[in-house]
Design a protein around this ligand. Structure first.
Ligand SMILES: [Zn+2]
Length: 145
C-alpha cells in the first residue's frame, strides 16, 4: 500500500514545509536537531527551542512511531466525517506529533500501537471542496499469518 495518497498534490498541502518526498517516493517529515543539546523538533526551526543554540541541522524523522494517546470523535466537525480519530504519535527521535489517524476500525486503536507516516487527505478545502493533504499516521497492519 502506498504511503502517498494517489491524488496528493503538493500545492494542496495543509501545512507547508517540513515534508518532503524521498527518492523511494515515500514521504519524510523533516525536523531540526540541535548539535549542542540533541533536542529534536518538528517542524524545522532556525534555532533550538530547548537551549536557543543556532547550531542546528535539519534531519529526516522516522516514518514509524508509537501511538501515545488518541481520541475518537463521533460528532461532526466541519470537514471531518465521523467517526474520526486524532492522536499523539511519539517518534524515536523524541518528537511528539499531533496527527489525524487513519487505517483503523472500532476497537483497533490502542496506546502503544505501532503507526506509520502517510501523506493523506486531511479535509476538504472549505473554499474549493478540493482535498487538502498533510501528514497522517495509520496503524501498521498486524501480521495475520
Ligand atoms: Zn539545543
Amino acid at each position: 500500500m502506498s504511503r502517498v495518497h494517489p491524488e496528493y498534490d503538493e500545492s494542496r498541502r495543509l501545512v507547508d514545509g517540513s515534508i518532503r518526498t524521498a527518492d523511494d517516493g515515500d514521504p519524510v517529515l523533516v525536523g531540526t536537531e540541535c548539535a549542542e543539546c540533541g533536542f529534536v523538533v518538528f517542524p524545522t526551526r532556525p534555532f533550538c527551542r530547548n537551549c536557543l543554540s543556532e547550531n542546528v541541522d535539519d534531519i529526516d524523522l522516522s516514518r514509524n512511531g508509537e501511538l501515545r494517546t488518541y481520541t475518537v470523535a463521533h460528532t461532526g466537525q466541519e470537514g471531518f466525517e465521523p467517526p474520526y480519530a486524532f492522536g499523539f504519535v511519539d517518534l524515536p527521535e523524541g518528537v511528539r506529533l499531533y496527527s489525524l489517524l487513519k487505517g483503523w476500525e472500532s476497537g483497533t486503536l490502542e496506546v502503544g500501537a505501532p503507526v506509520e507516516l502517510t501523506l493523506d487527505e486531511i479535509k476538504p478545502d472549505p473554499k474549493t471542496g478540493e482535498p487538502l493533504f498533510g501528514h497522517v499516521f495509520r496503524l501498521v497492519e498486524g501480521d495475520d499469518d
